[in-house]
Design a protein around this ligand. Structure first.
Ligand code: FJE
Ligand code: FE
Length: 331
């Protein structure tokens, strides 16, 4: 393949767009011939530094809330904290089970429904329903008390992620960002479909504002497809498998089944392929580590023991953000 006439600028664009590995052979001054070393597979690129899986944690079922069952990955003893992520629960809940009135302070909760619906009500009168495909990104900040309950019989299935806030943001005013399924951008290419919850993929950006810089992508890969997703090098990142089986990181690694949390090591992105005969669904989540001490007492996450003590007092005496708690009960 001769590259005579190709300028170097477009060669670079070609490299970044198709992620092929190229060798330049100087044949005469200002003339280059182009030798393509490997196929157009993003997986085999020498230009990317794919992240490897450095830890694999099975999310085993446990009881939580009132009769609810969750598969916890981040937050369990083997994976207590993956800065800035405090918790990841895959929940499957049927009434009357649920998460009745409880408080939060110092972080954000992200609820993403796969199937069924949840209603939430908070002590400030905010309420709503999160249906299949919808997202609620709730910044608890200085304080929220709310209930989260399934709407109807049947399967109410989703993910809840807790994202820590830096010390300067822990006491901010609570805020909600709610996206219904139709408002979540979707992109598709070569058997790979992505819903962009936060961050960017396939050139599409989510409108969700993440106070702690973060990405949250929901991928579905058809059998035989593969993908390379860029991840900022400074982020901590992980995959959580929801359905099917996939090969992540190392090309010759064994396929990972559903309900596993794969912590990714350093590098600039994720290589994934589906060599099975069924669809693969997983979420890729990453965020800028905060690098501050974490003192957690259940739903209160602060930086010091003294701040936790203060939070107990604020909660008990309904002050510093918990004022509305005095006369409120969910209905
Ligand atoms: C909580 C116990 C809890 N995982 N997944 C203690 F159950 C909860 C809590 C949840 C939760 C809610 C949903 Cl909708 C989904 C969840 C735990 O509400 F926050 C504390 N501290
Ligand atoms: Fe909650």
């Amino acid at each position: 393949m001769s590259a005579t006439g190709i300028n170097l600028r477009s060669l670079f664009q070609l490299q970044t767009l198709t992620k092929i590995s190229v060798n330049y052979k100087k044949t005469s001054s200002y003339r280059f011939s182009l030798v393509v070393m490997s196929s157009g597979s993003a997986e085999s690129s020498s230009l990317n530094r794919p992240r490897q899986v450095i830890k694999n944690v099975l999310a085993e079922s446990q009881h939580e809330g009132d009769g609810a069952i969750v598969r916890r990955s981040i937050g369990r003893p083997e994976l207590k904290y993956l800065d800035p992520f405090l918790l990841l629960d895959e929940f499957t809940v049927t009434p009357p089970a649920g998460f009745p009135d409880h408080p939060h302070r110092g972080f954000e909760t992200v609820t993403y429904m796969f199937e069924g619906a949840f209603t939430h009500q908070d002590f400030a009168g905010h309420k709503g329903t999160i249906n299949a495909g919808d997202l609620q990104w709730m910044t608890a900040g200085r304080g929220i008390i709310h209930s989260e309950m399934p709407v109807s019989e049947g399967i109410n299935h989703g993910l809840q992620l807790w994202v820590n806030l830096s010390s300067k943001d822990k006491m901010i005013e609570p805020k909600y960002q709610e996206l219904s399924s139709k408002d979540i951008s979707r992109a598709e290419n070569d058997g790979v479909e992505v819903r962009i919850i936060a961050g960017e993929s396939m050139g599409i950006h989510s409108p969700v504002y993440t106070r702690t810089p973060a990405m949250f992508l929901d991928f579905t890969l058809k059998p035989g497809s593969f993908f390379f997703q860029s991840i900022p090098e400074s982020y901590n990142a992980f995959v959580y498998t929801v359905e099917g089986e996939g090969i992540f990181g190392e090309l010759n690694s064994t396929p990972v089944l559903a309900h596993h949390c794969l912590v990714l090591g350093p590098g600039d992105g994720l290589s994934v392929s589906n060599r099975s005969s069924k669809p693969l669904r997983f979420v890729l989540i990453g965020g800028e580590p905060i690098g501050e001490p974490v003192v957690q007492y259940g739903p209160f996450v602060m930086n010091t023991q003294a701040e936790i003590q203060q939070t107990f007092l604020d909660y008990q005496y309904c002050k510093n953000g918990f004022e509305m708690a005095r006369h409120w009960r969910s209905r």
